[in-house]
Design a protein around this ligand. Structure first.
Ligand SMILES: [Mg+2]
Length: 99
């Protein structure tokens, strides 16, 4: 279920402005991740802020395209797929203590 305040933001500021904000916030998060990895910057506060911004905007994106349930179902399937890949990985990459 979409947060009612975020539904209100989408209704008030409109699809175009909010979908552009999705992209803007994702780029801000990308920038902080790159600073953290490439420049070894201690910017966890910025990463926290930008992650929250992206989550807020992704919630509006899902509401805008009316794909909340479909994304949740897809995500659940993908997580199951990741789990089976991890199980395969564990079989072929024994942990140090098992060697
Ligand atoms: Mg931001």
């Amino acid at each position: 279920m979409t947060n009612p305040i975020l539904k209100r933001a989408l209704a008030t500021w409109g699809e175009q402005a909010q979908m552009l904000m999705v992209v803007e916030e994702m780029s801000e998060l990308m920038k902080e991740i790159l600073k953290n990895i490439n420049r070894k910057k201690d910017n966890i506060a910025e990463i926290i802020e930008e992650t929250a911004d992206v989550e807020i905007m992704l919630e509006q994106l899902k509401e805008n395209y009316q794909i909340v349930e479909k994304v949740a179902a897809y995500k659940a399937d993908k997580i199951k797929m990741i789990e089976s890949r991890l199980n395969e990985w564990d079989k072929t990459h024994p942990k140090a203590e098992e060697k």
